[in-house]
Design a protein around this ligand. Structure first.
Ligand code: GLC
Length: 557
């Protein structure tokens, strides 16, 4: 082997790279800003790629950077084959993909097939065309109920709050049909029964595959197909289908018809070289139902949100890890793990809330505040637990800095449509999307060349800046770097988990040569005799015992 080969380059040529990959999510608005307008961009990302190579991840996933009015921060796509001017040009995307590749990093892009932006040419054409026209049939248009058609076609609610239907004005100026939007009004749902829609997305896949991307993260993968009769659904709307296997599923989520779409996509990906992958964002429970998305001829991976949602207790973590492994093994797929992303409260803050708190959709200044020190301590323990598990793991930008949620954002600066559509009842997701700190003493903490930042950064963030943590023993950044190095050296991603006997409030397992212990209890845990400590999320106590909320990686004799 060429001695200049980086570990990432070596991994690139390993078959099934994705089965064990650590994939780093970049939220382009908030990663790095090259031009000082306060919004991150593609050249900014390219200039910071060395950070990711040094951290030791295998791939990046970029949240959407396509032309978009930004009604939902880019998840409202107006053109699937170009780059939003705020973020750069198509040539910047090409350069980013190439520069990542030269560092041994793969690139995964976001694909948003459930809905387009209302600014998309197709939707504009649908508005201009008549009811029943081909243009309307690319979306889900229906006549309203009641004699005047002024009631929505059914009772569905939008995930962001309010009704999932909006009435249009026809070209003659009269109130007309209604269109479905499971999310914002600016995100009309596509009609996946229409072959034209299917053909269009096959072409979009090829467009990006030809440009060299290694895969797609598929947004709302469980939503594309709706139950044909659009039956009413009295339950409150949630993106999580959350149903037992034998209970009726909500008519808008996880319909069996979605799978044929992914089988067709898989055939396209498989016709390219280099193991390109599909990753499902499917908020589907239970794990057996989610596993259907990763059957051998469908997607490669699905995000494991059940793991993200699991309570910080030994029994809950034991149960979710066991269930996740069993469910994916049953279909021959690798498991994935994730603790944070751009839609949830960052785990350094989430885990600082009392155990059992229901998943908050954002935290505001008037809400109970997380215990920051406890949250970070648990987050570090949770991360070491996660990175020791076999399978593939997802990291969200800034978690390697131990970054907390911004929990006191002023209401006036909030941009998430969830906040506005629920009249502020849901704080929304802005708090996990704040631009990240790179240099403690630079304007916008080095996010960009100016002070500008599309969401304000808390004044306390200097201490989380990368330059305050690099080379500092015990920092969260060094914790991640060491964990990723050891994970690679010991091939933990392709290992096998074996549970070990342990006290009730301790999780203990072996993966390859490693023993992993997480102590959830109040009693410090003596380490096994003769154990060699390889890594730990917090120092051992003065007796050499593993304190509460701490994970250790050991070699045992
Ligand atoms: C997914 C995205 C989220 C977006 C929604 C609608 O859940 O992760 O950010 O708002 O889809 O596209």
């Amino acid at each position: 082997m060429n001695t200049n080969t980086t570990p990432q380059e070596a991994a690139r040529s390993t078959p099934g790279w994705w089965t064990e990959a650590v994939i780093y999510q970049i939220y382009p608005r908030s990663f790095a800003d090259s031009d000082g307008d306060g919004i991150g961009d593609l050249p900014g990302i390219t200039a910071r790629l060395d950070h990711l190579a040094e951290l030791g991840v295998d791939a990046v996933w970029l949240s959407p950077f396509y032309p978009s009015p930004q009604a939902d921060a880019g998840y409202d796509v107006a053109d699937y084959r170009d780059v939003e001017p705020l973020f750069g040009k198509l040539s910047d995307a090409d350069r980013l993909i190439a520069e990542a590749k030269s560092r041994g990093l793969r690139t995964i892009v976001d694909l948003v097939p459930n809905h387009t932006s209302s600014a998309h040419v197709w939707f504009q054409a649908a508005l201009a065309a008549a009811p029943g026209s081909g243009e309307r049939q690319r979306y889900v248009f229906r006549d309203g109920l009641g004699p005047a058609g002024d009631e929505p076609p059914n009772d569905w609610q939008s995930v962001f709050g309010g009704p999932a239907w909006t009435r249009v004005t026809e070209s003659d100026g009269r109130p007309g049909q209604w269109y479905l939007h499971l999310f914002d009004t600016a995100q009309p749902d596509l009609n996946w029964d229409n072959p034209e829609v299917r053909a269009e997305f096959l072409d979009v896949l090829r467009f990006w595959l030809d440009r060299g991307v290694d895969g797609f993260r598929v947004d709302v993968a469980h939503g594309l197909v709706k139950q044909a009769d659009l039956a009413n659904w009295e339950e409150p709307q949630e993106i999580l289908s959350g149903q037992e296997v034998d209970k009726p599923r909500p008519p808008m989520w996880d319909q069996d018809g979605v799978h044929e779409i992914y089988r067709e996509w898989r055939r396209v990906l498989d016709s390219y070289d280099g193991e390109r992958i599909l990753v499902a964002e499917a908020w589907v429970e239970p794990a057996e139902r989610l596993a259907r998305y990763v059957r051998p001829d469908e997607m490669h991976q699905a995000f494991n949100f059940e793991f993200l949602l699991a309570a910080w207790t030994a029994p809950a973590q034991y149960a979710v890890v066991t269930r996740s492994l069993e469910a994916t093994e049953a279909v021959g797929a690798p498991t994935t793990w994730v603790l944070s992303n751009h839609d949830v409260v960052r785990h350094a803050s989430r885990l600082g809330l009392p155990i059992g708190t229901p998943r908050p959709n954002g935290i505001g200044a008037d809400d109970p505040q997380p215990d920051a020190a406890l949250g970070l301590r648990r987050a570090r323990a949770a991360t070491l637990l996660m990175l020791a598990l076999p399978g593939s793991a997802y990291l969200y930008q800034g978690e390697e800095l131990g970054l907390p949620e911004h929990t006191t954002l002023a209401d006036e600066v909030r941009q998430d449509p969830t906040y506005h559509r629920t009249g502020g009842a849901q704080r929304g997701r802005d708090g996990c999307r704040v631009p990240i700190p790179w240099e403690a003493d630079a304007p916008s903490y080095g996010f960009g060349p100016t002070d500008a930042s599309w969401l304000p950064q808390p004044t306390s963030w200097a201490e989380y800046a990368l330059d305050r943590q690099r080379g500092v023993p015990g920092s969260t950044y060094e914790l991640y770097r060491t964990a990723l190095r050891l994970r690679r050296e010991h091939q933990l991603g392709r290992g096998t988990l074996r549970w070990l006997e342990s006290p009730d409030e301790v999780l203990a397992f072996a993966n390859g040569p490693l023993t992993v212990l997480t102590n959830f209890g109040a009693t410090p845990l003596p380490l096994p005799a003769g154990a060699e400590l390889l890594h730990t999320s917090a120092p051992l106590d003065t007796d050499g015992h593993l304190p509460t909320d701490t994970t250790a990686w050991l070699h045992t004799p």
